[in-house]
Design a protein around this ligand. Structure first.
Ligand SMILES: N[C@@H](CCC(=O)N[C@@H](CS)C(=O)NCC(=O)O)C(=O)O
Length: 175
């Protein structure tokens, strides 16, 4: 049976980009449906009744919500193509730990604080963000990717936010 994969998405969402990267890494074709978050589609409300947020991947009629959970799902279902999580359980736990750090600490707490504050408070937030990036740099070490020689789960978790942060910064400084 042919796979049916639908992605409820918003093109600019850094969460959704994670799912799009995972699908691209696996070479999967899917139907892209752009959502209007000010007027959410009945399908989005039906498929993600708990959070009512995008991204939602609908695989053969069944929804998968939350970007990192979706990336893991894609990796598990299509495990024979370009693995994203390490096969070693300890390394896998580490990748999940740092992806969780990106979500909860580095992105949500620190980088948003930079935009939400001014003056001395903003300077503290900037220092904290740099510390977070240094921690991640330590995890990366000399490897080309967090995943080793190829793009992996933690790369996908981080890259959309680090790129998004830089773009927002460039737009802010060029305004
Ligand atoms: N933790 C979620 C966050 C997803 C999220 O915040 N999506 C935003 C767009 S970037 C959304 O759908 N917002 C609509 C709303 O809050 O009503 C994930 O990782 O997928």
């Amino acid at each position: 049976m042919a796979e049916e994969i639908i992605l409820l998405d918003v093109w600019s969402s850094m969460f959704d980009m994670r799912v799009r990267i995972a699908l691209a890494e696996k070479g999967l074709k899917y139907e892209y449906r752009e959502e209007d978050l000010s007027n959410k589609s009945p399908l989005l409300l039906e498929m993600n009744p708990v959070h009512k947020k995008i991204p939602v991947l609908i695989h053969n009629g069944k929804p998968i919500c939350e970007s990192l959970i979706t990336v893991e799902y894609i990796d598990e279902v299509w495990k024979d193509r370009s693995p994203l999580l390490p096969s070693d359980p300890y390394q896998r736990a580490q990748a999940r730990f740092w992806a969780d750090f990106v979500n909860k600490k580095s992105f949500l707490l620190t980088s948003l604080k930079i935009w939400a504050t001014k003056g001395a408070e903003q300077e503290v937030a900037k220092k904290e963000y740099i510390q977070d990036l240094k921690l991640l740099e330590g995890v990366l070490g000399d490897k080309p990717y967090f995943g080793g020689e190829t793009l992996g789960f933690l790369d996908i978790a981080l890259v959309t936010f680090s790129a998004g942060f830089l773009c927002t910064r460039l737009l802010a400084t060029s305004a």
